[in-house]
Design a protein. Structure first.
Ligand SMILES: [Cu+2]
Length: 359
């Protein structure tokens, strides 16, 4: 969380609420004081089951639901089945997805994300979006919920973000509680940001690494490592390397990973490092240019676009996002390669590869 604060009227003046809502009466907030809301500030071992109302709730432009599940299963190349958690969208009809379904809105929209948790506590943190703390989904600065809560937020900038649970974060994100979040400019998809580069094809590359031992620990104890004991979560030894929830090497053929384009088309790759490794990203045979990093434009005002010549590495740390544009050349196939390096030693622990097919 940086110094930029979303001007959404959460916990702010009733006047601003009225301006956004078009009414003079807030939906529910009369009489609810900051002091009362502060009683929801619970986290840690002894969590209360808080389901507070949303302060200064207004009529949203977009409403969506994310319901916690703990039952996704991914079969790894060696036959081992690993269990994941995540958020499902009841409106999509897709049960127990991994990673969690995309959230896509436009800059300036007022958004309500309704978290429906489970028997255990969770939150949703819209990473890189900057609402006031009560809507930020960081348990330590507000509350954790085993019931439900409607996060009210309004993105101030277009770009690539992600959302994730922020309870016992290192474990819950490893368990799969994350999904991409894209904020389009007001004009919608097709342009990265207002006045920014246009694209013809959009692709997502979400990197993840999996230590199956953590998934057994997490299954038994959502709060492992928080309340004493030593579940050995200081040791992370990933065995599987994934793109978009697909383990390598199925990434080379799975349609969830493959990128298709016609000659000359401009391909936007939205890269998210949802792993705990230092990822090195390469496109073989095609030049790329980074136009945004962590949803901030590299437009020459503060930083220039970063050229990534064919075959050279772009470094991406945990939780980083890069938006690259690649211009498809003549018909052919180009490997996209992700190396997962240990964050301290730099030793390559694994790779995941997919392909750009120009036809
Ligand atoms: Cu969680």
């Amino acid at each position: 969380m940086s110094g930029l604060i979303c001007d959404l009227p959460s916990l702010r003046s009733r006047q601003l609420t009225a301006i956004v809502d078009g009414t003079t009466t807030p939906a529910w907030a009369e009489g609810t004081s900051l002091h009362q809301l502060s009683t929801f500030e619970t986290f840690g071992c002894d969590v209360a089951k808080a389901s507070p109302p949303t302060p200064d709730r207004v009529t949203p432009d977009v409403s969506l639901v994310r319901k916690v599940h703990t039952g996704a299963r991914v079969k790894m190349p060696d036959g081992v089945e690993v269990r994941f958690w995540g958020f499902e969208d009841p409106a999509s009809g897709v049960s127990k997805p991994f990673p969690s379904p995309l959230i896509r809105v436009r800059k300036g929209q007022v958004v309500h994300t309704r978290l429906e948790a489970s028997k255990k506590v969770h939150t949703i943190h819209h990473h890189g979006i900057e609402p006031l703390p009560f809507n930020d989904g960081v348990g330590h600065t507000s509350f954790e919920t085993s019931g439900s809560y409607t996060y009210q937020w309004r993105p101030a900038d277009a770009g690539t973000y992600f959302y994730h649970c922020h309870v016992n974060t290192v474990l819950h994100v490893e368990m799969g509680m994350y999904g991409l979040l894209i904020v389009d400019p007001p004009s919608g998809p097709g342009t990265l940001y207002e006045g920014g580069p246009a694209y013809d094809v959009e692709a997502f590359i979400v990197a993840d690494d999996v230590d199956p031992r953590w998934h057994i620990v997490g299954q038994d104890d959502h709060h492992a490592g928080v309340c004493g004991g030593d579940p050995e979560l200081d040791r992370f030894e990933p065995q599987y390397f994934l793109i978009n929830g697909v383990p390598n090497p199925r990434t080379l053929t799975d349609p969830r990973c493959l990128i298709g384009a016609r000659p000359g088309q401009r391909i936007l790759i939205r890269l998210l490092n949802a792993s705990y490794s230092d990822v090195r990203f390469r496109v073989m045979g095609l030049d790329a240019t980074v136009h945004m990093q962590d949803a901030r434009p590299l437009d020459g005002r503060y930083a220039r676009p970063i050229p990534v010549p064919a075959g050279t590495a772009l470094a991406s740390g945990s939780a980083q996002r890069h938006d690259l544009i690649v211009v498809a050349g003549a018909p052919g196939t180009h490997v996209v390669r992700l190396e997962f390096r240990h964050w301290i030693t730099g030793v390559v622990q694994g790779v995941a590869e997919t392909r750009i097919v120009v036809a």
